[in-house]
Design a protein around this ligand. Structure first.
Ligand code: 13P
Length: 240
């Protein structure tokens, strides 16, 4: 199982102090070989976090990248090559918070290609909005996001899919178990052999319900991942 901590725009250098708890927990838990933990902090923390986790099996990723992997006059931007250079092994692409800010499927496709060229693994986010869910066009929306996002990418082996319904992010509301199972199945049929994660309001209270959905390969945790106690709790409960 994968547990990905997406810190979003939170955290300073002092936030790294809490990592030793997760690290300690992971070491004692290593018996379970399937456990993978990936932290995606803001770019400012990738380097110090990678250094701190050097001797641990916890990996570090970024939350976004520019679509070009060459250098260029793009003020404020960071590309996948630069992220790799400071220790990132993964990058989240297509998060709904960026889609809402104007990121298109085409741009997402360029970002994924660029990240793969730089040797990063990609956590590719897809998900429908509440109004799309109400219109019952979830599968159509996901299909389009997958098709355009992975356009002309022949080798998907380094791409993980994160299904994050927009209406579930930061709201405390999670999909009904049977609906989530069906949607994950739908995605798995579209992208064969890819691991599919779920993200949206994952917390220590709802993890027992979520872990019972057997086709989920991991979780993307936003808010609850900033609190290492809650994050550890989520992992522990998953394996209990
Ligand atoms: P929350 O866990 O805060 O709902 O965020 C989910 C998310 O966006 C993970 O990428």
């Amino acid at each position: 199982m994968y547990f990905i901590a997406n810190w979003k725009m939170y955290g300073g250098l002092n936030s790294l102090n809490s990592l030793h708890k997760v690290n300690k927990f992971f070491k004692t838990f290593k018996k379970n070989k399937s456990l993978r933990i990936i932290y995606c902090p803001p770019n400012t923390l990738i380097r110090p976090m990678s250094k701190k986790l050097k001797k641990s099996n916890i990996e570090v990723g970024a939350q976004n990248c520019h679509e070009k992997d060459s250098y260029g006059p793009f003020t404020g931007s960071v590309n996948s090559k630069m992220l790799k250079n400071v220790g990132a092994k993964y990058v989240i692409v297509g998060h709904s918070e960026n889609r809402q800010a104007g990121e298109t499927d085409k741009l997402i496709n360029q970002k994924i290609k660029s990240a793969l060229r730089s040797g990063l693994k990609v956590i590719f986010c897809i998900g429908e909005t509440l109004s799309q869910k109400r219109k019952k066009i979830t599968n159509k929306v996901l299909n389009k996001q997958i098709k355009l996002g992975l356009n002309k990418i022949r080798n998907n082996s380094k791409v993980f899919i994160a299904y994050e319904p927009v209406w579930s992010i930061g709201t405390g509301v999670i999909p009904k178990s049977n609906e989530l199972f069906t949607t994950i199945n739908f995605i798995k049929k579209k992208i064969k052999k890819s691991k599919v994660f779920y993200g949206g309001s994952v917390n220590p209270k709802n993890i027992n319900e979520l872990k019972s959905i057997i086709n989920i390969d991991g979780f993307l945790v936003g808010g609850a991942s900033q609190d290492s106690k809650k994050f550890i709790d989520i992992i522990k409960k998953t394996y209990n």
